[in-house]
Design a protein. Structure first.
Lengths: 299, 415
């Protein structure tokens, strides 16, 4: 057998092995994405046989006429900004604490990770009950402590509703980032730490000049994953408030779903989805570039 | 057999079997899509009725698929684009939810079947009246019919010294004020499910605008922004929210609201005839009574759930035959209480029923006209905005005059 065909064979095998996954990806990810973009230029109620091309009308409508869109965009940005900072700071603190040799650290790791494996809709139900204004845990605790003035309609008052949902999100999500940070901490070179100590670095010095730089790739991964998940925020908000009161906790992903699947305004729902997609791409593309560069440098 | 031939044979067999599986409804097959009913006795009654119908009509097979509300709506939209949909489908009556499907041409006009089976002779008039709402013929038959009224706590009314039930909207407000004076919260609602609080707005509109204007507002033929009664209604809603509704209410749902009502935390609740069963289950039926919302228009607040025959049905005659059986005196009498507390069949006899059920029968007998819930009257997108505006007013974030204008802006922007 000629040598050239022998060397080409593994490549071909690679493509054959890749093909099923690629077909599934093209069919169930790329095609729907393209179809959503096409739909965003159409008017369709899901019932009539054909969608009507309307150009940019859906985009004009969501930007100028939709009373909920801007609120949903604001909430999504607010949520994303907080979600990449607060839960990750807590996760990082937990990871640092649970990376020490403290008694019961394995059990504590499980305890903090447990909410991650609970379905979001179940988390929503649990917290919804705790927030119940009449029978819920929080208001009853406040009453027992004599803090009646602090009692709130946690999910019914637009001033606090989104914060209330966000707290539930923090509870659910810190465990995931904590595990990533723990994995990163395990990878910090013990030799470097030891060398830094021999050179006279104190706890803060080791942390500042050895641990933190070594955790940079982990931090980047945690940051980007939190960002993407926050932009997609849907289930916990849907389960706890359904976007209410008066659409004040509405998010872009949920509004796209509501427009399409509940109101049957598929074109506008698709336009909202495309806006969300664009925002996500603007944020994620630099990350993908960074990943490629890192891989190239590693080679 | 060569490899290619084997492939061809296998593919042909696959294509044939796929075609058989995915083909349109077979002759004599009736597919019904309904909700998965929370009340399990309804599911049992459906299964029993189907079995009996099939036994009496050899050659006709009836299958029923139940889904949750949102899944059902989504499945019907998907089915609208294919020939795989149902022959009969469940949907609410009215120009909103049901009307959307009728408007899209997915419901078959049933005028011929109404004549053939003489359905009007046995269908309760108000329940059947929805079938005449649509242009181009009569659509659907009633599956259930519900009225909504004010349930009240007898002991709390007595404690507040209320001896006479209100006969007008002003008297209702006076009752609310009297209850408040006695330290009793007059009304309870759950705000998270938007349609619950909407009921209050619906009845206020009926009282403040009168039947004709209310209908015109719901048909979007009158301007919500300039119509004085619409502004007055939103202001009334704000007044109720600030003074007479158990707080906080925006963060609770209808079932939590019901539990508070059961626990004597509020004196009144706007609910449907189905609440009788819930009060009975809670073994507190004797503590409560009800009266129609006194709007002064002689119309009952209510809605109907319908069964429509799909315009894509391959077997509309069999579908109509099944509906005729479902509406028959026998089936409706045997399953009384399973489909709904009140039958849509006027020949059904009621015996050994509770005082509250009897009261509902009297109410259904008395009223000949109805006005429907806002979410049954408006198209879906307007309903969503109507809810948002109501919630904003109830939360004190929007003034009455602004509320009407906000809703009208949305309606006008629809084009």
């Amino acid at each position: 057998m000629p040598q050239a065909s022998q060397s080409a064979r593994p490549e071909r095998q690679g493509y054959v092995l890749l093909a099923p996954a690629l077909i599934v990806y093209l069919l169930f990810a790329v095609y729907p994405m393209i179809d959503v973009i096409r739909m965003s230029f159409s008017s369709w109620n899901g019932l009539s046989p054909e969608a009507r091309f309307v150009g940019l009308a859906n985009y004009r409508a969501i930007v100028t006429q939709d009373p909920v869109f801007w609120g949903a965009l604001r909430n999504t940005i607010w949520w994303t900004a907080l979600a990449v900072i607060l839960p990750n700071l807590i996760s990082f603190g937990l990871a640092l604490a649970l990376n020490q040799n403290i008694p019961g650290k394995s059990s504590l790791r499980v305890v903090f990770y447990l909410p991650v494996i609970i379905a979001s809709i179940a988390v929503a139900t649990i917290w919804k009950w705790m927030y119940d204004p009449f029978f819920g845990l929080f208001n009853n605790l406040l009453m027992q402590m004599g803090l009646d003035g602090w009692i709130l309609d946690w999910l019914g008052d637009r001033k606090v509703a989104l914060w209330s949902v966000f707290v539930a999100h923090v509870w659910q999500s810190v465990g995931f980032s904590m595990v990533l940070f723990l994995a990163g901490l395990q990878g910090v070179s013990a030799t470097l730490v030891e060398a830094a100590r021999i050179d006279g670095a104190g706890r803060w010095g080791v942390f500042r000049y050895v641990t933190l730089p070594a955790l940079k790739p982990t931090m980047m991964v945690v940051f980007v994953l939190s960002l993407i998940n926050s932009l997609k925020a849907f289930d916990i908000v849907y389960g706890m408030t359904g976007g209410g009161p008066a659409q004040s906790t509405q998010m872009l992903a949920m509004w796209a779903y509501t427009q399409s699947m509940q109101l049957g305004v598929f074109g506008r729902g698709a336009a909202v989805s495309v806006v969300l997609l664009l925002i996500t791409l603007v944020i994620v593309l630099p990350y993908i570039r960074w990943m490629f560069r890192r891989e190239e440098m590693a080679r | 057999m060569t490899m290619t031939k084997r492939w061809k044979t296998a593919l042909s067999a696959l294509a044939v079997s796929a075609g058989m599986a995915a083909g349109t409804a077979q002759a004599g097959e009736v597919k019904i899509w309904t909700l998965t009913f929370d009340n399990n006795s309804a599911n049992i009654a459906w299964d029993k009725t189907i079995k009996e119908f099939e036994a009496a009509n050899p050659g006709i097979t009836v299958t029923r698929e139940g889904r949750s509300v949102d899944e059902h709506k989504a499945a019907l939209r998907v089915a609208a684009q294919s020939s795989q949909g149902p022959d009969i489908y469940f949907m609410w009556a009215g120009l909103g939810l049901g009307g959307e499907f009728v408007k899209a041409g997915l419901s078959k006009p049933l005028d011929a079947y109404y004549t053939q089976y003489d359905w009007d002779k046995r269908i309760v008039g108000t329940a059947g009246s929805f079938s005449k709402l649509y242009p181009g013929g009569r659509h659907g038959v009633p599956y259930t019919f519900h009225g909504e009224a004010i349930y009240y706590n007898k002991a709390l009314f007595q404690k507040a010294g209320i001896t006479e039930l209100p006969k007008s909207y002003d008297e209702l407000k006076a009752v609310a004020a009297k209850l408040k004076e006695a330290g009793i919260t007059p009304m309870t609602f759950g705000g998270t499910v938007n349609w619950h609080l909407m009921r209050l707005m619906d009845v206020i509109l009926e009282a403040k605008c009168g039947a004709e204007k209310h209908d015109q507002l719901m048909d979007m033929k009158l301007d919500w922004g300039t119509e004085a009664c619409a502004t007055a209604s939103f202001e009334e809603l704000a007044d109720w929210s600030q003074n007479y509704i158990l707080k906080p209410f925006m963060g609770i749902d209808n079932s939590q609201s019901f539990n508070l009502f059961l626990a004597n935390r509020a004196a009144m609740m706007v609910e449907g005839d189905w609440l009788v069963g819930q009060l009975s289950d809670a073994k507190k039926i004797d503590n409560f009574d009800l009266f129609p919302v006194p709007t002064g228009t002689d119309r009952l607040y209510g809605f109907a759930e319908y069964l429509y025959v799909s315009s894509k049905s391959a077997n509309p005659d069999d579908a109509a035959k099944f509906l005729d059986y479902l509406l028959s005196d026998k089936v409706q009498q045997e399953n009384l209480g399973a489909f709904g507390s009140i039958s849509v069949n006027s020949n059904v006899k009621y015996a050994n029923i509770s005082a509250l059920d009897q009261k509902w029968l009297d109410i259904f007998g008395k009223y000949t006209k109805i006005y429907v819930n806002g979410d049954q009257a408006f198209p879906l997108d307007v309903t969503t905005e109507y809810w948002r505006v109501i919630n904003e007013v109830a939360s004190g974030n929007l003034k009455g005059a602004e509320a009407g204008k906000t809703l009208q802006t949305f309606i006008s922007n629809r084009g």
